[in-house]
Design a binder for this molecule. Sequence first.
Ligand SMILES: Cc1cc2nc3c(=O)[nH]c(=O)nc-3n(C[C@H](O)[C@H](O)[C@H](O)COP(=O)(O)O)c2cc1C
Length: 338
Amino acid sequence: MEYNEILNKAREMIKDKCRVCKDCNGVVCRGEIPGVGGKGSGSSFIRNREKVNEIKINLDTIVPEDKIDTTIELFGRKFSYPVFAAPIAAVGMNYSTAMDDYQYSKAIVEGCKKAGTFGFTGDGVKDEFFDDPLKVIGENEGMGIPTIKPWKNEEIINKIKKAEEQGAMAVALDVDAAGLVLLAMLGKPVSTKSVEDLKEIISSTKLPVILKGIMTVEGATKALEAGAYGIVISNHGGRVLDHTFATVEVLPQIAKIIKGKMKIFVDGGFRSGVDLFKAIALGADAVLIGRPYATMAYGGGIEGVEKYTQKLGQELLETMIMTGCHKLKDISNKHITI
Ligand SMILES: Cc1cc2nc3c(=O)[nH]c(=O)nc-3n(C[C@H](O)[C@H](O)[C@H](O)COP(=O)(O)O)c2cc1C
């Protein structure tokens, strides 16, 4: 299937919740939750995308010719590109019941694996939102990262044990889901976590733990103190708080303090391989992409996810050629202008 065919098929399948816009920027879906929009006015989602677009690339091809290497090493494994599918859960409610969370995660985890990367999976109010995607990770030699909501510590630790049993290569905790009032209303409260809480969680496992939903230098410093393997600079795609900064706005200041001490992932409004380049130039090690992966999973299943990942990788490679970068570590803020 061609990329545009996949988009057209997705448009048909998820039309009640997502218009599959040419540029997925949060404008027409603002405020649509359940659905795919950002919270409230939708400004956090919209700003994520706007600020990525404001970054421009500095072209320079007068460099010696050499092989271009887009690979990245994480958890002792090598991946083709520094881009991974972000966790998305409760897809029946947010997209369409044409897929359940098991089928969705199968498309994401297997599609990413085929392209030489991996996908994160999500969690939610029903046990199946965590367990079914985790089953898929188990069926794929642990090539995926389950993301756990900030429930009570005991429940988080139980879920980490389940992830260990399925051979997951790491676990993530979306600490920014602490304000999801809907979960409490449905009888499953989440809460904020102290550094001590996080230390208890992180020391309960040998798996690397990634804290997702960090937007300040203070938050990143506390994640480091708690012993996290890495952070995802994220505002949950603008779904947990209105009027936040864009993730690319806070990325440089966080990277300045913690680069090299913890892995830095970032998400929010990244859509193309050129966008991946921008994130790396600002100090990220790797990028997560959310909504566009969901579109590809609905429109093209495993093949759609694989194709999109390869497209991102090819665009990143072309951007590296056009900026004279041979390895990811060559990419720096001198290659961009804001
Ligand atoms: C419908 C939907 C469901 C999501 N579910 C989860 C989730 O279960 N856990 C989580 O950590 N993030 C969740 N997210 C946030 C994404 O992981 C990611 O942070 C965000 O989508 C990135 O922004 P982007 O979509 O602009 O790329 C969800 C996002 C959407 C749109």
